[in-house]
Ligand binder design. Sequence first.
Ligand SMILES: Nc1ncnc2c1ncn2[C@@H]1O[C@H](COP(=O)(O)OP(=O)(O)OP(=O)(O)O)[C@@H](O)[C@H]1O
Ligand SMILES: [Mg+2]
Length: 232
Amino acid sequence: MIQMFHVTKAYPGDPAVLTDINLDIDKAEFVFLTGPSGAGKSTLLKLMFLAERPSKGQILIAGRNIARVRESSIPYLRRNIGVVFQDFKLLPTRTVAENVGFTLDVLGVSRDEVRERSLKMLRRVGLEHKADVSPLKLSGGEQQRVSLARALVNDPAMLLADEPTGNLDPALTVEIMDLLCDVNARGTTVIVATHDASLIERYEKRTLRLERGSLVADTRGEKAAKLMAHDQ
Ligand SMILES: Nc1ncnc2c1ncn2[C@@H]1O[C@H](COP(=O)(O)OP(=O)(O)OP(=O)(O)O)[C@@H](O)[C@H]1O
Ligand SMILES: [Mg+2]
C-alpha cells in the first residue's frame, strides 16, 4: 500500500527532520508509529497524505510514485485517504454533522445520503446527540472523535491518524481503538501515531519507531512498548 525508499525530508531552511526512511506497509495492515516528541511522526504522516513533499527519495502509494504527481491530481488521490491530524481544525461555522459530511458533499453525494451517513458515523463514535451543534461547543476529546468520523465517513482505503486517542479517557480510548480495528478488519489500511505505550502493548500491532528522524525499530507489543519507556 505504501512504500518509501530512501526518503529524506527537510523543511525549508532547516536540517532534515526525516533521514533515509525505508518502509513497506501492506494493504489492510494496522501500524502504530511511535517515537519521542519531535521525532518526525507527524511529518511522516503528512508525506503519506501529500501535505508535505519529500526532499529526496521515492514514495509509492498503491504503486503510484507520489513524488511525481502534479499538484492538480492531489485532491483526487486524497479521496481514498482519511486523515486525523493534530493541527486539522473542524469548521466552526458548520454543524458537527456538516463537518462529518463535508467530504461526501464534495463528491456529489445527495443531501439525504450525506445526512444519513454522517449520523451513522457519528453514532459509531458516540456523538450522534451532538450532530446539530457547532464544533466550538465540544470538548477536545469530542472534537477528536468528530475528526475521526469525518475521516472515516467516506470509507477510505487508508486512514492516517495522528494521536487519535490523545485527549480521551481510558474507556473512550478502548472504544475508538475498537472502531479502528473494525475499520481495519474491513480492509482499510490504518496508521496511527501515538505516545500511548499501553495501547502498543495491548493491541500487539506492528509498531514502527522513529528517533530523531530515523526509523530505528519495527517490532510489536511488549517489546515495542519497552522502547517507549523514556519518551516524552
Ligand atoms: N512546518 C514545519 N516547518 C519547520 N519545521 C517543522 C515543521 N513541522 C515540523 N517541524 C519540525 O520537524 C520535527 C519533527 O516534527 P513532527 O511534528 O513530525 O514530530 P512528531 O514526532 O510528530 O512530534 P510530536 O510527538 O510532538 O507530535 C520537529 O523538530 C519540528 O520542529
Ligand atoms: Mg506529531
